[in-house]
Design a protein around this ligand. Structure first.
Ligand code: CP
Length: 311
């Protein structure tokens, strides 16, 4: 197993939010703000990102690729597993052993939980988890936190509802942990069958997270700072009939927003299916498109930090 010579962020893998302290998270957000305020063309000239997506993606893949290009680097890309030798039966570990020779850093999305950790153990180059099954999506969490900080001017002590598919929604697994580090009060809103998995709850209890469980957001709306909506992850349901039972269970409409606070904002990792009515897009509470835009700056910061070009 190759040992990576990590110094601070340099050469570091980004696999799980659990690998980052509160101070490190704050540092990433600070660097991201620098990139949002001012472009840094040429910073990563000569650096190659391998972008390996074994599952569909729009935001994560394009924003990582755009981030690298905007910093002057270049990208080799796998956007469809069918076009790689994995379709001929090549193992993930063999693929990583080859791809690492063609690049300086790898971002990978894979349907299997733990695939990113495995890739990181094999690769001499840093590996960034762009989502592994229903497990973790740490870079989404950094951009979610960046967006929360941008809208609330702070991260500590917020009231945040995580709503929808908390069982399969990997973004909520990473985000709940990070928000708990910052002392948030978390409201888990989901049908019983899609509540937070036990292993996530165990980790939250270890850090003394404050949380409560709900089946509907109605009674919470007036105290919330952030409403984090998620899509019901149809592709991860073993039984399509189970999906049909919960499809469209939570839909945000303007009516639901009648009693919210002025600073209240709606975030969503996107894509949305029917969780947010289009009428909500025109309210001051909608922040999901700005949130997706912030992915570009947060991912520039991560690439620059792990390539040792930012400190
Ligand atoms: N938020 C997110 O992970 O979106 P994509 O699936 O489009 O990458």
């Amino acid at each position: 197993m190759p040992q990576k010579a990590t110094v601070g962020f340099k050469n570091r893998d980004i696999i799980s939010i659990h690998d980052f302290s509160k101070d490190e998270i704050q540092h990433i957000l600070k660097v991201a703000k620098v990139y949002k305020d001012r472009p840094h063309p040429g910073l990563l000239k000569g650096t190659i990102l391998a972008s390996l997506f074994f599952e569909p993606s729009t935001r994560t893949r394009f924003s990582f690729e755009s981030a690298m290009e905007r910093l002057g680097g270049s990208v080799i890309s796998l956007a469809d597993a069918k076009s790689s030798s994995s379709s001929k039966g090549e193992s993930l570990s063999d693929s990583i052993r080859i791809v690492e020779k063609y690049c300086d850093v790898i971002v990978m999305r894979h349907p299997l939980e733990g695939a990113a950790r495995l890739a990181a153990e094999i690769s001499k180059n840093p590996v960034i988890n762009g989502g592994d099954g229903a497990n973790q999506h740490p870079t989404q969490t950094f951009l979610d936190l960046f967006s929360i900080q941008e809208t609330q001017k702070k991260l500590s002590g917020l009231h945040v509802a995580l709503v929808g598919d908390l069982k399969y929604g990997r973004t909520t697994h990473s985000l709940a942990y990070a928000l708990a580090l910052f002392g948030a009060k978390l409201y888990f809103v989901a049908p019983q069958s899609l509540q937070m998995p036990d292993h996530i709850m165990r980790n939250l209890k270890k850090i003394k997270a404050k949380y409560s469980f709900h089946t509907h957001p109605d009674q919470l709306m007036s105290k919330l700072d952030i409403f984090y909506a998620t899509r019901i992850q149809r592709e991860r349901f073993p039984d399509p009939l189970e999906y049909e039972k919960v499809e469209g269970i939570y839909v945000i409409t303007n009516k639901l927003l009648k009693k919210v606070k002025k600073n209240f904002r709606i975030l969503h990792p996107l894509p949305r299916v029917n969780e947010i009515n289009y009428e909500v897009d025109d309210t001051p509470y909608a922040y999901y498109f700005e949130q997706a835009n912030n992915g570009l700056y947060v991912r520039q910061a991560l690439l620059a930090l792990i390539m040792g070009k930012a400190s």
